[in-house]
Design a protein around this ligand. Sequence first.
Ligand SMILES: CC(=O)SCCNC(=O)CCNC(=O)[C@H](O)C(C)(C)COP(=O)(O)OP(=O)(O)OC[C@H]1O[C@@H](n2cnc3c(N)ncnc32)[C@H](O)[C@@H]1OP(=O)(O)O
Ligand SMILES: O=CC(=O)O
Ligand SMILES: [Mg+2]
Length: 541
Amino acid sequence: MTFTDTALAPKPTYLTPERVKIIGSFSPEFAEILTPSALAFVAELHRRFDSTRQALLARRAERQADFAAGILPDFLPETKRIREQDWTVSPLPDDLLDRRVEITGPVERKMIINALNSGASVFMADLEDSNAPTWENVVQGQINLRDAVRRTISLSTPTKEYRLNEKTALLMVRPRGWHLEEKHVLVDGEPISASLLDFGLYYFHNAHELCARGSAPYFYLPKLESHLEARLWNDVFGFAQWSLKLPKCLIKATVLIETLPAAFELNEILYELREHSAGLNCGRWDYIFSYIKRLGLNPDFRLPNRADVTMTVPFMAAYSQLVIQTCHRRGVHAIGGMAAQIPIKNDPAANEAALEKVRQDKIREATNGHDGTWVAHPGLVPVAMEVFNRLMLGPNQIENKRLDVQVSAADLVRAPQGAITEEGLKLNIDVAIQYIASWLGGNGCVPIYNLMEDAATAEISRAQVWQWLHTPGTTLADGRPVTAELYRSLVPGQLDKIKAQIGEEAYEKGRFLEAARLFDRLVMSEEFIEFLTVPAYEQLA
Ligand SMILES: CC(=O)SCCNC(=O)CCNC(=O)[C@H](O)C(C)(C)COP(=O)(O)OP(=O)(O)OC[C@H]1O[C@@H](n2cnc3c(N)ncnc32)[C@H](O)[C@@H]1OP(=O)(O)O
Ligand SMILES: O=CC(=O)O
Ligand SMILES: [Mg+2]
């Protein structure tokens, strides 16, 4: 039969293995990623590991019930031996020894090229905090990563041609966290785990190529809450290597320590992943968010204005030093985190002040013993590089064992003093609504008031408003109680401010009212909603 009328021709669709269904849009380019064999691989990962993922998420909820009942997080008695015994993680490959400056960014094509060319040691391509997981972003991101691995990635725009330099940063990939699902790929009628999809597609398409190039697939693992979640990743890695017949080309992964419970299981997380470990990283923004989420409504742990929760407040200083000490004892890197300042255009004085803040942050990290750090923007690579080149003379400082560090369970939760002000409350409302509107529009990382905002930083803003609204006795510095009436009276003013800043047309095109409604649901809910991106995903096109 021939089809003369194109309307009658069958619509092209993906060829899928049995009981795997794709409900995202089709394109021939996407089909190069979503091949039957790649889908069979990710479906197999999901069938083998999803029930454990679900059980671990349920365990998070059980632990939260304990925290809400006043039981504070503590080091685990059952893993005392792992903390006390001497052991180190497996040796690192040469290309992971020097990671002094790492740039991060979403998996957008231009940004991948710019990041790889930025002069940084590592580029962490991000499918998590900085990526709004539209179907297009997720699959196009995999196309971009495939082309980056093969060094064929390029881009032609009316103003500039983009291609890779001779020397580029080492690529690491951050799949989405265990809590997320990908609604466009169904396995046995259920949405696939987003972590397993992101990991699995990247591994399937690139592992052989990376190993043939003398490297290996390297990952960043986000938002883990326990060593059992690290064990799950370890099992996934083992299966993936076996399945693609690459037992000797070891996957390596850096775990972000960005939840409060994980800070109590640093040794255990490294131990679970000891064959695959490329150390730990201080994911400071999610860590603050997790502190608020897990310690919740206990007034002893109520945090002041977001701007005052810096890396030098007691619980943040304690955690970052414990990460450094633990990693160095186990023979592996402790990577620092992200300063939120980004370069400021058209205002040299403000720009220099922002760069100086980044510089001071990197000096603190290098002096404390971090083996590298993160930057959000290519313009910050030279700033961080200068500091680490000056203060870290070898490829890393794992030999600096930081035996002076003594951190107790109480230190890890010690809250800072400080005020909650109307300005702080308004800023949280403003930033969270702007960010959610951007995310719903498909962009997961934006500059707001000259700071990088992504899912982790926005979560702090929404969690603080929730905490201040629901913790009994919360008052502003001027003595007024933080109430639902006060919060709701401030929202219209913030929306008007956003409209005045971006103009009526951009405001009407954006999804600000929808974002404000979602924000209201998030902060007014009696029960803390685990992640804003979960209800937001239901509204993501
Ligand atoms: C809490 C965490 O999880 S941190 C990790 C997640 N967050 C991130 O990765 C932050 C990534 N950074 C970004 O997305 C951006 O830097 C933003 C949104 C903060 C600022 O973006 P913009 O305002 O567009 O930056 P700006 O206009 O100064 O960009 C200038 C150039 O640098 C590029 N650029 C900016 N940031 C990056 C980056 N992180 N990686 C690669 N290129 C970048 C832009 O693409 C642009 O390129 P062009 O000149 O070729 O057009
Ligand atoms: O992912 C990093 C963070 O700070 O959160
Ligand atoms: Mg994070």
